[in-house]
Design a protein around this ligand. Structure first.
Ligand SMILES: [Zn+2]
Length: 240
């Protein structure tokens, strides 16, 4: 397996980086030694952008993790790739879209704080996002969720990450109890995303903003029934 240093995991705000091509796959996939391109995962779409070298530019249509090898693949459009293994390239992501993903993604963490129920699915988008909840007896109201969500956003909570080992997890049962999603075990260490002192804490490998105030005003556009206990909460930007 070819390893790519995930720069997006260290600094979600980095829009550009230099990298070296490690491989070009048969299906127009490009593997780099390090990358700012976030791969599709955790309900967040993979990044789009360009790789530039020697006066040539290649559009990257999406970024994925190979299902078999786990390698980070920058998926180029059709046509010949004017690069070779060993070439140094400048990698640039489409920042406008990515920043919207970061704001939407962080907002969904806040939604978990507003609705303290099990999450059964979700999707981050640049224009709308959703989370599905197993509500049980919990009652939801569109206006109330919108209000509570915007309150948390406007409180300017800091968004930070911390790494925790399986051993630390085992030694801190209180920490696990306060998490809205239980961390996977047996993978060595897990990245936790923490909002404020106690707004939300859960394992997550996605890209987030540094402060909830960056998200901006949101609106619950509708709540759809997805079975007896499941409800889909759809959220859009409130541009008014
Ligand atoms: Zn996240």
């Amino acid at each position: 397996m070819l390893e790519t240093i995930p720069l997006y995991s260290q600094d979600a705000y980095q829009q550009e980086c230099e990298a070296t091509i490690l491989a070009i796959t048969e299906r127009n996939g490009i593997i780099l030694d390090q990358s700012i391109f976030y791969p599709t995962g955790g309900g967040q779409p993979g990044d789009v952008g360009q790789l530039i070298a020697n006066g040539n530019s290649v559009d990257i249509l999406t970024t994925v993790k190979d299902r078999d090898t786990g390698e980070l693949i920058h998926v180029a459009g059709e046509g010949d790739i004017p690069f070779q293994v060993g070439d140094k390239v400048t990698a640039k992501i489409n920042w406008e879209t990515r920043y919207k993903h970061m704001r939407m993604h962080t907002m969904l963490h806040l939604l978990c704080a507003v609705i303290p129920c099990g999450v059964t699915g979700g999707q981050v988008g640049a224009d709308k996002s959703r989370l599905d909840f197993d509500l049980g007896e919990f009652e939801v109201d569109k206006e109330q969720i919108t209000e509570n969500l915007n309150k948390l956003i406007s409180e300017n909570h800091s968004v930070t990450t911390q790494w925790i080992t399986d051993e630390e997890l085992d030694n801190s049962p209180d920490l696990v109890r306060t998490m809205s999603v239980q961390p996977p075990r047996g993978v060595g260490k897990v990245r936790l995303l923490k909002i404020g002192e106690s707004v939300d804490l859960q394992p997550c490998g996605g890209t987030h903003v540094k402060n909830t105030g960056e998200i901006g005003k949101m609106l619950v556009s509708n709540i759809k029934s997805k079975g007896k206990r499941n409800r889909r909460i759809n959220i859009v930007w409130d541009n008014d």
